[in-house]
Every structure is written in structure tokens, then in C-alpha cells.
Design a protein around this ligand. Structure first.
Ligand SMILES: Nc1ncnc2c1ncn2[C@@H]1O[C@H](COP(=O)(O)OP(=O)(O)OC[C@H]2O[C@@H]([n+]3cccc(C(=O)O)c3)[C@H](O)[C@@H]2O)[C@@H](O)[C@H]1O
Ligand SMILES: Nc1ncnc2c1ncn2[C@@H]1O[C@H](COP(=O)(O)OP(=O)(O)OP(=O)(O)O)[C@@H](O)[C@H]1O
Ligand SMILES: NC(=O)CC[C@H](N)C(=O)O
Length: 627
């Protein structure tokens, strides 16, 4: 074969389940941009017509019909170009997750996914049927017959085939069979959820495959917070023969992010002997990029007008506040003032003209003022330190800041109940009750502000608290989204120091010098989270060993001893406490507001970690820790 040059492009798309208008516009814009650049093959992400996150709707026959109609529309936009995109098909009673190839306005065929994603946040076998390797069939829709299966396609003499997302993550991946069939190009349409440092794994997967299978590899992921919880980083990768050719900027605020490269295909490719891997990932930088994009997409897709936050001046609520500020800063930086204002969907023309006129350094502060309202809700147990921390942080980022006390309301409830039960409530007897009433009394006022602003109420729970239920149901768990519920407390604390130092959020200097405390007991008791629970580092370690590494309670206990974390008595006490609180509080995790998936795992029962609400609570296992 003579050398053939193809211009390959991948486009990340910010799609939304069932938002046909948005999804088709993004697809059309990507195709138009590709045609302008004389692209030969354009790859779009997995299930990008419907959105990847349609969940049980994939089982609805009408959705497949509707989607096929949209696919026929897309086909008409593909003049002089080959476009490959993810779409589901209903054949008989089976639903398939496929990649469709359209060449010059004709559908050439469909490749169906062979390995369904079924771990962590993925539940594909609930909806889709896997396709058997090496099999090709035909099906008919609206009088037209199409091939479907393990197809090898050809573009200007270059043979190409697919791996659809998870296909590439399995040992017996389709690429193993592609090489002997002369395939020189593999396309991978993906919906690969974001997790810290995961880009490194994807990079290895793609570049190593291009080396091992002596081919070019084109990869395109979804982009943005698609359906509420999972975030996609919009990664586009083009590699060939063990060398990376293109990799885009991840987690952008764009709707369409297209990358292209001219790639040469010949008979005797030079294969790189060594692969150049990515440098270590800066997870703090990644986290803030993901969090701010996730918040922005959630806000605009839910048509909310900003955020409301009960700001205690502690670490968790401070992180939520700076995340919104950073959302605005990054959004304006990437989209421009007018682009950001338009995309936020909450400002009128007058607002837009105003924001366009004011000096740049003022814009972000003023936009934060319009998008974030905070309230400090003190009690007799609150300290000046946390008040100063909250006020200074809100002021430094330009958020609206209210401060009031809730002592009257707390006293009102306590005296009502004391009258009803005819006894006085005391800290000795009623500790948790007296703590919880304070947390609960903070909920109605802050919900009122959220309703007035038509804004999202940010719930501030982190993953460490969620593990042990260290939060008051309908109190500090109240909220419409829980953006940091996937992040552990130790990570949050170092992250806030990084945000101050690296991103210049000087308003964080106060919280960065405070010990985490709920401030629910009288100040004479100097309550701290770690005194109530255990050191967060240990809590996080137990949680990870127990539910990520899937060890038994005894194995967790032995691990704590083996790595010198604690003595026998202390390790036993912490393991017992962790499992007891974990079990008792599953119901709380079921009731958390929707949260973002940010780390490589989380405790969200809807997406990652299923656990029974009622159980024996590891009673026997905890009794035999030392046997
Ligand atoms: N399986 C189950 N299904 C449904 N409900 C269940 C249940 N098990 C217990 N319950 C119910 O749960 C209720 C207790 O839950 P809840 O009222 O939330 O209270 P609870 O979990 O008992 O206590 C809250 C804890 O969170 C701490 N906290 C609160 C607020 C803020 C912070 C902070 O870090 O700032 C910390 C506080 O110090 C205390 O240790 C009980 O009424 C019980 O009946
Ligand atoms: N004085 C307060 N004013 C406003 N909100 C408060 C106050 N105290 C607690 N809250 C709300 O309750 C939430 C839970 O408190 P918690 O102590 O767990 O978090 P934090 O104060 O943000 O961080 P830290 O645990 O590091 O002190 C806070 O994030 C905040 O939303
Ligand atoms: N959509 C998929 O098949 C995703 C699964 C794959 N393991 C990933 O996380 O990237």
C-alpha cells in the first residue's frame, strides 16, 4: 500500500440526556468545523445523540425510534466526510450500544460494544446486550438494511475498526483481533467518567495500544457534567505507533472541543520503542477544574439562578464558596464575559451590557455577587474565629454575605419540647439532641434564601462525614446538591491551603488556621470533629481499606497494626467505631443531595457503593477482631 494521509479529528461534546436541541447542535457544529478543516474521519463520543446518562430510558422502545430519526438527520450533515458517532439500537428485544459510521451522507454500518461497563459508576448490562466477537449481522429499519457487528471499515484504503469505551479496558479487547486483520486505525468513542488522575490511565491505554497493535488510535470522550453526577473531561487523544500526536486541554467550558491531526499510513510503520508517559498529574488543579465545570453545568442545566450557602467559616463550606468563585473565574477566562453570561442562562440583555462594560478585574467579583449568597448563622457556641473566617472569605470573593443568630429559634424549640415532655434538656443527657437542633434550625432560613433567589442550596458534607454519618439529617445535610460529598476531609484541608497559595484566594487564610469543629457543643468543651470521631487520616484509611480494597473488618484491623497506624487497643476501638457508624448511617447516605463523582470511588449508593440499609452491622466480625 502506498502512503495515505488522513486528517483525523475527535470532538468532545457537552451533551445532556434528552436535550435533542443541544445535542444535535453540538454534533452539527462539530461536523461543520471538521468539514471546514478538510477532516477525513471525525469521531464523536459514545451515545452522544441521546446522552450517555439516559439510564432506564434506554429500555424504552420509543427512545430508540426517536434516536434513529435523529441519526438520519445527522447523516444529511455529513457531506464529503466520514463521521463516526455513538448511538443505541433496539433490535428485537435487545438494546445495543453502538458506533455508527456515516460516509458522505450514507450509513455504512454499526459496530456494537462487546464489553459492557459494569463496575463502579457503570451499570450498562442493565440496559445493553454485549455483542459477540467476530460476528456480523444485518437488520432493517424503515425499509433499509444495515450491517451491524464486528465490522472492519475502510477509508481511502486504510482499514479501521472500533473499540467502544470499556472494550479497550479489558484484556481480550477487540484490538487483539484487529491487528491480524490489517487494521491500521482504531476509533474509540467514549463516555469515560472523570476521576482524579484517570487521564493518566487513559493515556497509557491509548498510546500503549497504538504501539502494541501498530496502529493509529483516535479517542473522543464526552465533556462536562452531563446528567448531574458524573463529570466527563472531554479528552481527545490521537496516537500512532506508540507516540502521542494530540491531546487537548481537559475539562473546558466549551460545548464542542475538536482536535485534529494529519496522520500518515504506510506499510512499514516505525514503532516507538519507548513510550513517553504523562508527567505526574496535579490532582489539586484537576479537582478545581472538574468541580467548577460540574457546578456550572449543573446550574445552567437545572436552570437555577446561582447558589446559596450556609457559610460557617469552616473547611467544607469554605471550599464550596471558593469553588463557585473559581467557577466564575474559569468560566469568564474561557468563554469571555459575554459568553459566560449567555451560557449561564440567568442574565438579561441589560445585565450583559453592564458586565461587558465594567473593568475586567471587577467582573468576576460582581458575577460572584450575583451567583453566590452566603449566610453565617451563629449560636452561643459559635466562635469569633469562624465568624471572621466566613465574613472575610465572602468579602474577598465578592459573595453576598448575611449574618444572623439562630439562638431564639433554638431556644424556642427546646422550651416547646421541654414543656411537652415536662423535663429540662441537659448536655449530660441530651447531647446529640441539643447538637442536632442547632444544625436543623439553620436549614429553614437558608432554604428561604434559596427559594427567593431560585438558587441551588449547596450542602457541604464531605466523604469522611458521609462514611460515619457525622452530619444532622435535615440540618447540615439539607441542600439541592452536595458538591464535595465525594472528597475526603484530609484532601479538602490540603486543597484549601493549595487554593490560597497557588490560586491566590487570600480569604482562605483564616480557615486554613482553624481546627475542624462543628461548634455545636458549648465552647468550654472545645469540640472538634477528630475528638468526636478519630483522626481523619485514620478514618479515611479505614474507609478505603474497607470499601475500596474490600477487606474484612479483621483484615482492616490487621493492616492498621501492620503499617504502624495504631496500637492494638486503639486500632480495635477505631475499627469498631467506624463499622458501627458506617452501618448505622447507610440511610443517611441514601438521602444525601445529588453529589459529583470526583475521586476514583465514592460512597454514593446510587452510583458507586451499594450497601444494605438494614443489616447485622458486622456484629460477629467485630467481636472476633483479635482472634
Ligand atoms: N436505619 C435507619 N433508617 C432510618 N432512620 C434511622 C436509621 N437508624 C437511625 N435512624 C434515625 O436517625 C436519627 C438520628 O440521625 P440524626 O438526627 O441525623 O442524628 P445522629 O446521627 O444521631 O447525630 C448527628 C451526629 O452528627 C454530628 N454533626 C451534626 C451536625 C453537624 C456536624 C458537623 O460536622 O458540623 C456534625 C453530631 O455531632 C452527631 O454526632 C434518629 O432519629 C434515628 O431514629
Ligand atoms: N455558624 C454557622 N453559620 C452558617 N452555617 C453553619 C454554621 N455552622 C455550621 N454551619 C453549616 O453546617 C455545615 C456543617 O458544619 P461542619 O462543621 O461539618 O463544616 P464546616 O464548618 O464547613 O467545616 P469544618 O468541619 O472544617 O469546621 C457547614 O458547612 C455549614 O454549612
Ligand atoms: N462508558 C464506558 O464504557 C466507561 C467504562 C470505562 N472503564 C471508563 O471508565 O472509562
Amino acid at each position: 500500500m502506498e502512503e495515505t494521509k488522513l486528517i483525523l479529528a475527535g470532538a468532545a461534546l457537552n451533551q445532556t440526556p434528552l436535550d435533542w436541541e443541544n445535542n444535535l447542535l453540538n454534533i452539527k457544529n462539530a461536523i461543520t468545523e471538521a468539514i471546514t478543516h478538510n477532516v477525513d474521519i471525525l469521531l464523536l463520543p459514545e451515545l452522544c445523540i441521546t446522552g450517555y446518562g439516559c439510564e432506564d430510558l434506554f429500555l424504552h422502545p420509543w427512545l430508540a425510534d426517536e434516536t434513529f430519526g435523529k441519526l438520519l438527520q445527522v447523516k444529511e450533515w455529513c457531506e464529503g466526510i466520514t463521521v463516526c458517532l455513538g448511538v443505541h439500537l433496539l433490535l428485537g428485544r435487545d438494546v445495543y450500544n453502538t458506533a455508527c459510521v456515516i460516509r458522505n451522507k450514507e450509513i455504512v454500518g454499526f459496530t456494537a460494544k462487546q464489553f459492557l461497563a459494569r463496575d463502579g459508576v457503570h451499570y450498562e448490562p442493565r440496559w445493553f446486550t454485549p455483542w459477540p466477537a467476530n460476528e456480523v449481522q444485518e437488520f432493517e429499519v424503515l425499509g433499509q438494511r444495515y450491517p451491524i457487528g464486528d465490522i472492519i471499515y475502510e477509508e481511502q484504503g486504510v482499514k479501521f475498526a472500533f473499540e467502544i469505551c470499556e472494550d479497550a479496558w479489558r484484556p481480550n479487547r477487540p484490538a487483539e483481533r484487529h491487528l491480524p486483520k490489517g487494521v491500521q486505525l482504531i476509533l474509540n468513542p467514549s463516555a469515560s467518567h472523570f476521576a482524579l488522575s484517570k487521564t493518566d490511565v487513559r493515556h497509557r491505554l491509548v498510546v500503549e495500544a497504538s504501539q502494541k497493535y501498530r496502529c493509529a488510535y483516535l479517542y473522543a470522550n464526552l465533556l462536562g457534567n452531563e446528567a448531574g453526577s458524573m463529570i466527563y473531561d472531554g479528552e481527545v487523544l490521537i496516537a500512532q505507533n506508540g507516540k502521542l500526536i494530540r491531546r487537548n486541554e481537559l475539562l473546558s467550558f466549551k460545548d464542542v472541543d475538536l482536535e485534529l491531526a494529519e496522520v500518515c499510513f504506510g506499510d512499514n510503520p516505525t514503532i516507538a520503542e519507548t513510550i513517553e508517559y504523562l508527567p505526574p498529574i496535579d490532582e489539586n488543579r484537576e479537582l478545581i477544574a472538574a468541580l467548577s465545570l460540574a457546578l456550572f453545568d449543573y446550574m445552567r442545566k437545572s436552570r437555577s439562578r446561582g447558589f446559596v450557602l450556609s457559610l460557617s467559616g469552616g473547611a467544607d463550606s469554605s471550599l464550596c464558596a471558593v469553588a463557585v468563585a473559581e467557577m466564575v473565574r474559569r468560566g469568564v477566562e474561557q468563554l469571555g464575559v459575554l459568553g459566560f453570561v449567555a451560557k449561564a442562562r440567568m442574565f438579561g440583555l441589560k445585565d450583559a451590557a453592564y458586565f461587558d462594560m465594567i473593568p475586567e478585574e471587577q467582573v468576576v467579583r460582581e458575577l460572584v455577587g450575583r451567583l453566590l449568597t452566603c449566610a453565617y448563622q451563629g449560636t452561643v457556641n459559635s466562635s469569633d474565629d469562624t465568624f471572621t473566617s466566613a465574613r472575610e472569605l465572602a468579602e474577598s470573593i465578592g459573595a453576598v454575605f448575611h449574618a444572623w443568630t439562630i439562638d431564639d429559634e433554638v431556644r424556642g424549640y427546646i422550651s416547646k419540647i421541654e414543656d411537652a415532655i415536662d423535663r429540662t434538656l441537659t448536655w449530660e443527657k441530651d447531647d446529640v439532641t441539643l447538637q442536632n437542633i442547632q444544625a436543623r434550625v439553620r436549614a429553614p432560613g437558608i432554604w428561604m434564601l434559596a427559594n427567593i433567589n431560585n438558587a441551588l442550596l449547596l450542602a457541604t458534607s464531605n466523604r469522611s462525614e458521609a462514611a460515619v454519618g457525622y452530619a444532622t439529617m435535615d440540618g447540615d445535610t439539607a441542600g439541592s446538591i452536595s458538591p464535595i460529598a465525594g472528597i475526603d476531609k484530609a484532601f479538602i484541608r490540603q486543597f484549601l491551603i493549595w487554593m490560597q497559595r497557588e490560586l491566590g484566594y487570600e480569604g482562605l487564610q483564616y480557615v486554613n488556621s482553624l481546627q475542624p469543629t462543628a461548634e455545636l457543643r458549648p465552647s468550654s468543651e472545645a469540640q472538634t470533629d477528630e475528638k468526636d470521631l478519630m483522626p481523619y487520616e485514620i478514618l479515611n484509611k479505614i474507609e478505603r481499606l474497607a470499601f475500596y480494597d474490600r477487606l474484612s473488618p479483621k483484615q482492616v484491623y490487621e493492616q492498621l497494626l501492620a503499617d504502624g497506624t495504631a496500637s492494638e487497643d486503639v486500632a480495635e476501638a477505631y475499627v469498631e467505631k467506624f463499622y458501627t457508624l458506617w452501618t448505622r448511617n447507610q440511610w443517611k447516605r441514601e438521602r444525601y443531595a445529588p453529589s459529583f463523582h470526583l475521586d476514583d470511588y465514592n460512597l454514593n449508593p446510587r452510583s458507586w457503593l451499594r450497601f444494605p440499609i438494614l443489616s447485622g452491622g458486622f456484629r460477629d466480625e467485630l467481636l472476633s477482631l483479635r482472634d
